[in-house]
Design a protein around this ligand. Structure first.
Ligand SMILES: [Zn+2]
Length: 271
């Protein structure tokens, strides 16, 4: 699933083609792609509205329109891109927005888990989102406060969008590897140094992911169709059996919170 760096990459590349453009019409072939309101209401309301800003909240792409927020969640296989034609040769396009310059914003989704929304406030669809990890107000002190009293395994907690927004399986593994923290550690067992390391690691890992324009391991592609390169810089995720870049011991894979979890047993001892 696209995580914060992948969604942020999509957001950044859609700003230039979308901001200032007005919606002429909306086409869809599957009404359920619109989660809220109804597909008919979505179409009627979006027509005539102009894109003013493209931002991200957690893993949502959020377009500020005249009256509404037009939000998109890519889920597993969703893609959002601008095409010059209404037949982009992509059989998974389920929603298309025709812009006033003749271009088309296409939402494509092979597995059909992704959804679009037209809302007034993100709170309507995601009332419990945690802090944005790359914002200045996400400090090590805030992380320490949020970990306090939480007994859950740290990996499971990092995946929880109400704990911290935008981190998923890949960047959770990479953050814990960099911080040298075992994924099964109880969240409230981390000491002050480990919390500072984890805070730095989450931000570093996500920023690196953005700098490399996301990870194209399976479905994710940038809006221009090119692959991101974040996967070329992983140290733990998908590296089971390969030598740890820090100590040379093989990376192992276990399951945590139903997710494949990669770590170095030597550098990330369970204690
Ligand atoms: Zn190691």
């Amino acid at each position: 699933m696209p995580e914060l760096p992948e969604v942020e990459t999509v957001v950044r590349s859609l700003r230039e083609p979308l901001v200032g453009r007005c919606v002429e019409s909306v086409w869809y072939d599957w009404a359920k792609v619109v989660k809220t309101p109804s597909a008919e209401q979505f179409t009627a309301r979006l027509q005539g509205q102009t894109f003013h800003a493209i931002t991200r909240r957690a893993k949502y792409i959020v377009c500020q329109m005249d009256q509404d927020l037009f939000a998109v969640h890519l889920k597993m296989t969703g893609r959002l891109y601008v095409s010059e034609t209404d037949h982009p040769g992509d059989r998974w396009v389920h929603l298309r927005v025709r812009l006033d310059n003749g271009l088309h914003l296409c939402f494509s989704d092979a597995r059909r888990f992704g959804r679009v929304y037209l809302i007034n406030d993100m709170y309507e669809i995601a009332p419990n989102l945690g802090p944005e990890p790359l914002e200045a107000d996400f400090t090590a002190d805030i992380l320490r406060e949020r970990l306090n009293g939480r007994h859950r395994q740290i990996k499971a907690l990092l995946l929880d969008q109400s704990f911290v927004a935008g981190v998923g399986n890949i960047y959770a593994d990479e953050s814990l590897y960099r911080a040298q923290i075992h994924p099964l550690r109880a969240a409230d067992s981390l000491n002050a140094d480990e919390i500072i390391r984890l805070h730095e690691s989450i931000r570093h890992t996500l920023e690196l992911g953005i700098n490399h324009e996301g990870a194209s391991i399976n479905w994710y592609r940038k809006p221009d169709g090119e692959r991101g390169e974040s996967q070329d810089y992983f140290n733990a995720y998908g590296k089971e059996g390969q030598p740890c870049t820090r100590c040379g011991q093989p990376i192992v894979k276990i399951r945590v919170a139903q997710r494949g979890t990669h770590y170095c047993p030597n550098c990330q001892p369970e204690k």
